[in-house]
Design a protein around this ligand. Sequence first.
Ligand code: SAM
Ligand code: SF4
Length: 324
Amino acid sequence: MLDRYGREIDYIRISVTDRCNFRCIYCMPEEGVPMVPHQEILSYDEITELAEIFADLGIRKIKLTGGEPLVRRGLPSLVKKLKSVRGIEKVTLTTNGVFLADLLGELKEAGIDGINLSLDTLDPEVFARITRRRELEKVLEGLHEAMKYPEISLKINCVPLGWKEQDILSMAELARKYPVHVRYIEMMPIGLGRQFAPVGEEELLELLEKRYGKSRPCNKKLGNGPAHYYSFSGFLGKIGFISAVSHKFCGSCNRIRLTSQGFLKTCLQYETGTDLKKLLREGAGRETLRKAVEQAVMEKPLCHRFGEREAGTEETHMMSQIGG
Ligand code: SAM
Ligand code: SF4
């Protein structure tokens, strides 16, 4: 499916819940976000019905997100349903990892293709400061369990906060020791993220090169996202960067988002999109839904305007409500 700027849209991030067992300081307030009644959240059948329409229109990859997707009961059953939708090639998941060790067997059985594990530090105290939870051990258990399944692609996402004690080099060590890619995600000025200054990738790369020697940019495309990667000698995995603000990648944006309440969001920054749950629950037929998706994609904004003052119509939700 093409938007009006000729971008091919083949990837959707589907949020399955606003709830989360963590309260990361840049993502969710300590008291959480207002609970959305369960009936306002799309059921797994509704998500699958919409996925059939997305697939028909050319979506090939689905990433399940949240809140924390693994806190929603029966998530592996949704993975299985989505894997059986004709046209869908990959179903992956982004998670904080607390329930990963418990659910990996079921996820594998359901056909999960990849897992992104969000992990910002290996220091238990810093971990507790960032997530407001003392669950590092459980997350590391999930990480090591996931490494037992080489057929499931595994990436670690780390958001640098600019704190020395976060020790972002120890995160890179994971890519040196294990065949996993570690990606540094630039803080985005959405919700609570606005309070933090992003750490530039040039600064990070300099730090990494001081420790590990010269890096080589990786020309081969890895995955379906906007990350660009570097190799370091002696590393089993690669180091990636996703810098939405300083290295804007809107020109090649291939993605749309479905919130847990069924709103199709066409750009991370803007509230533009269309309410598919409303249409679905009013009994709209496939053709109407299909047209609504096409129309929304056609109107996908050209690019975000993070960093500009008074850009207008910006997203007012928290990242946990959008799905990252
Ligand atoms: N709970 C799951 C997790 O943490 O992977 C899925 C949802 S979470 C919103 C998805 C990703 O968004 C996480 O990797 C998180 O670090 C990232 N994130 C949250 N707020 C952000 C912000 N302001 N800027 C950049 N990344 C952010
Ligand atoms: Fe939860 Fe993920 Fe947001 Fe952390 S980043 S609060 S784990 S949704």
